[in-house]
Design a protein around this ligand. Structure first.
Ligand code: ATP
Length: 196
């Protein structure tokens, strides 16, 4: 099994690359999806979140009010760490369970938005970074998340820089072109991953 850590800044195109790799036969684990799963209603993870942040972070259905919790942890580093201490170990456990079920000839791709920020590169055989100019990230964040330009730049700048990310990459996927260009980039990447 080749274990691939796929990362990139907000709006860089990670999900798109993950989808294109899945089409070519990769098994994809989405860390964001797991991070939601481990604190879904009824989980022990959710009980811990409520113990830490209070029931005011729940919506009327008893699920986490993500925008609200996001505002709390984005404004306070210690609170972000407390949330991560609840979520990260559970995501790691679930990831290992899923990885244990993958065949020996598989390419396992983990979509990890904060791989570089959290120093996780050692976990992977190959680190793939999706790279775009920050201006493109900002445009996509404004379009997809309804942020104004100022907040979109804040989100981009809160993450690792392009240089920091690319310096740990074994492979950089350039997503500054069209979707067709991206598909061609991913085909080249797939060729390298399957040749290993
Ligand atoms: P996030 O970290 O915000 O979840 P992401 O890195 O997973 O983002 P995607 O969701 O894959 O990024 O892409 C962000 C947006 O840009 C999506 O709407 C996607 O369809 C679009 N997109 C990705 N690549 C391209 C491209 N080459 N041309 C045009 N649009 C693109």
């Amino acid at each position: 099994m080749v274990r691939v850590g796929l990362t990139g800044g907000i709006g860089s195109g990670k999900s798109e690359v993950a989808r294109l790799l899945a089409e070519r036969g990769a098994v994809v684990i989405d860390a964001d999806a797991l991070a939601r799963e481990v604190v879904a209603p009824g989980t022990e993870g959710l009980a811990e979140v409520v113990a830490e942040f209070g029931p005011e972070v729940l919506d009327p259905h008893g699920a986490i009010d993500r925008p609200k919790l996001g505002r709390i942890v984005f404004a306070d580093e210690a609170k972000l760490e407390a949330l991560n201490a609840i979520v990260h170990p559970r995501v790691a456990r679930r990831t290992e369970e899923l990885a244990a079920g993958v065949g020996p000839d598989s390419v396992l791709v983990e979509d990890i938005p904060l791989l570089v920020e959290n120093g996780l590169e050692q976990r992977y055989d190959v680190v793939v970074v999706v790279d775009v100019p920050e201006e493109i990230q900002v445009q996509r964040v404004m379009r997809d998340r309804g942020e104004d330009e100022h907040h979109a730049w804040e989100r981009v700048r809160a993450q690792a820089s392009r240089e920091q990310r690319c310096s740990v990459a074994d492979y950089v996927v350039d997503n500054s072109g069209t979707r067709a260009d991206l598909a061609a980039e991913v085909s080249r990447l797939w060729g390298k991953l399957t040749a290993r």
